[in-house]
Design a protein around this ligand. Structure first.
Ligand SMILES: Nc1ncnc2c1ncn2[C@@H]1O[C@H](COP(=O)(O)OP(=O)(O)OP(=O)(O)O)[C@@H](O)[C@H]1O
Ligand SMILES: [Mg+2]
Length: 303
């Protein structure tokens, strides 16, 4: 995997955005230019897994950020680097390794699962493309493990079409797909905004387990500070394409400094703003841990 393998120098960040700017349109006079991101810098460490949240309202530039990191868009200015190398040059010279190490989970699983194929097709393509196992049979065993580790029954899930799955099942399938590749980084763009509350908790728990058990770092993109508070270690508040506040999630949400952060917090629908976050945290800690999930993730990690 060349020099983007996991053994690269520990002080080089896993991911770095260095004064990144992205504008759309504009033309010669820049009259119609939309600046989606402006002077955005951030990094994630390579020596330990973290969940970093990018939070902001609709249109603040969150998905643009995700697309730049995944190399689906190129920055207008600045640079996005993965393990010290620009994503643009990585994609040109080491594309397969890059596509192996960074995975995406999007809001809508329909983006990944083609309605004309059974869901197996996606896994089949991955097995072929990335040579994940010495044989097809061994590969499908990995797929079944990945499905089990997100709480899906392989016997029920494989062989179906995406529209035959519930939204939550499809979203878990997408996580299983990301997981199969054992990535170093998952970019999750609003992964739970289309699922109901009970499932949301389970999916967020899965993300936490990916970090804890498999050491995967996650960029968790959301407009919802409550879920960011539940899963992330650090947070970046994005407002009109700029990062206006950053820090440990706890410190930023418990004592926000920027007025926009305060506004975002006050828009979380909870009756009592003073006890809200502490209670939420206490609730999260009281929840029984998902031992089954933890065990099956350990099984995957042992590969
Ligand atoms: N391909 C594009 N062409 C022109 N403008 C774009 C394009 N993609 C995004 N934009 C603009 O860039 C800004 C940021 O969009 P982006 O999709 O990144 O926001 P977001 O934070 O993900 O919003 P949401 O929460 O609604 O998903 C918006 O003003 C959007 O209209
Ligand atoms: Mg978006």
């Amino acid at each position: 995997m060349g020099d983007i393998s996991r053994g690269a120098i520990a002080t080089t960040p896993l991911l770095e955005l260095d004064h990144v700017r992205k504008s759309f349109g504009g033309g010669a006079l820049r009259r119609h230019e939309v600046v989606a991101l402006d002077d955005v810098s951030l990094d994630l460490p390579a020596d330990r897994p973290v969940i970093a949240a990018i939070a902001g309202e609709s249109g603040s530039g969150k998905s643009t950020l995700a697309h730049l990191i995944l190399g689906l868009l190129s920055p207008t200015g600045g640079e996005v680097r993965y393990r010290g190398r620009s994503v643009g040059s990585l994609l040109r010279n080491d594309g397969l390794a890059f596509r192996h190490q960074i995975q995406a989970i999007f809001q809508d699983p329909a983006d990944v699962f083609n309605p004309f194929y059974r869901v197996d097709h996606v896994f089949d393509m991955l097995l072929g493309r990335f040579h994940l196992a010495p044989s097809r049979a061994a590969g499908w065993e990995l797929v079944r493990n990945a499905l089990r580790s997100v709480g899906l029954d392989p016997a029920v899930t494989l062989g179906r079409y995406a529209h035959e799955l519930s939204g939550g099942q499809a979203q878990r399938l997408m996580i299983a797909r990301a997981l199969l590749l054992r990535p170093s980084l998952i970019v999750a763009d609003e992964p739970v905004s289309m699922v109901d509350a009970s499932l949301r908790a389970a999916i967020l728990e899965t993300l936490l387990q990916l970090k804890e058990k498999l050491g995967v770092s996650i960029l968790y993109i959301t407009h919802d500070l409550a879920t960011a508070y539940q899963v992330s270690d650090e947070i970046f508040i994005l407002y009109r394409g700029r990062i206006v506040e950053r820090g440990s999630t706890r410190s930023v949400i418990d004592a926000p400094v920027h007025p926009y952060t305060r506004l975002l917090i006050s828009s979380v629908p909870e009756p009592d703003p003073d006890v809200r976050w502490q209670e939420r945290q206490a609730d999260a800690e009281d929840e029984p841990s998902d031992g089954g999930l933890a065990r099956s993730l350990e099984g995957t990690a042992a590969r």
